[in-house]
Design a protein around this ligand. Structure first.
Ligand code: FES
Ligand SMILES: [Fe+2]
Length: 297
């Protein structure tokens, strides 16, 4: 079920910039092949409900925001923010967070864990990149940091010792000590031969959290939401102790993601893990052990 476009696992998914959800407006948001409806009420609260009305299944994104609920466009049943209706019927609702200017929805019943918490000193400055689409399943995109063998071939790092792996509930992380192979760009950025230490943590099916200690301390939260065509929408957030860190962190990460994007675009995943994929395979196992998102109310 890993990297299978037919399956969505429970987790936090980024659904767009928080300010993109306007008061009094409802919008359809795809998560994999299913849509949910997200609306902001007139008090400014964001809500998420299943797309099909609990009466005859009309598309609730066509509905009207009334008070803190949503009125279906078909027979005008009103669905409260908790999914209840005055006649006793119910629809599914989903937990939401608005953090770092991004709206996040928990696909599933109640959240099993929270969004990551970058160190307060790194959280001084948050840079949110626009969402991007990558023609690859999000599990493969996000598991990229645990795909240790490509770090040498694609990103041209040399390891200083074996990467250290840790597994916790909902998480797999790898701590890497390496140094930069010299390239022209790295000479320009002053990174050639420098040591690079980072911890890459995958959280659930949809989040990755990178803590870089050197050459420049910063953190990165990287998230992806599956789209109906099997591709994904990714959200990248930088957490920087000072804006000056941007001059190294951003070119370094842009070069990294550009190199990844080139090999990930159009990838059709095959689960043929071999011994050198052991850490990546551990992430696949973690994902496969997660509950699937069901449509039950
Ligand atoms: S289908 Fe929504 S009220 Fe009838
Ligand atoms: Fe990579």
């Amino acid at each position: 079920r890993f990297a299978n476009p037919e399956v969505v696992f429970e987790g936090w998914y980024p659904i767009g910039t928080a300010h993109g959800f306007r008061r009094g407006k409802a919008r359809r948001v795809p998560i994999g092949k299913r849509d949910i409806v997200v609306y902001r009420d007139f008090d400014g609260e964001l809500h998420a409900v299943e797309r099909a009305c609990g009466h005859l299944g009309a598309d609730l994104s066509l509905g009207k925001v009334v008070g803190s609920g949503l009125q279906c466009a078909f027979h005008r049943w009103c669905w409260n923010a908790d999914g209840s209706c005055a006649n006793g019927a119910r629809i599914a609702t989903y937990a939401l967070r608005e953090r770092w200017g991004v709206a996040w929805v928990w696909a599933g019943d109640s959240p099993a864990y929270d969004l990551p918490n970058p160190e307060s000193e790194n959280g001084a400055h948050v840079l949110r990149l626009p969402m991007q689409r990558i023609a690859c399943h999000p599990h493969v995109v996000l598991g990229n940091g645990l795909d240790i063998s490509h770090v040498v071939g694609v990103h041209r790092f040399h390891f200083d010792g074996e990467p250290r792996v840790e597994t916790e509930p909902h998480r797999v992380s790898v701590q890497v000590r390496a140094h930069f192979h010299p390239t022209l760009m790295r000479y320009i950025l002053g990174l050639a031969h420098k040591s690079a230490n980072w911890t890459f943590t995958n959280i659930g099916p949809s989040l990755a959290w990178v803590k870089v200690d050197s050459p420049t301390p910063f953190e990165l939260v990287w998230a992806a939401r599956p789209l109906p065509d099997g591709s994904c929408a990714t959200q990248t957030l930088f957490f920087l102790p000072r804006w000056r860190a941007l001059t190294r962190a951003v070119p370094m990460m842009i070069a990294t993601t550009w190199a990844d994007r080139r090999v990930l675009s159009g990838l059709e995943f095959r689960p043929n893990f071999v011994a050198s994929d052991a850490i990546f395979a551990r992430y696949a196992k973690l994902v496969e052990g997660l509950p699937e998102w069901s449509s039950s109310c």
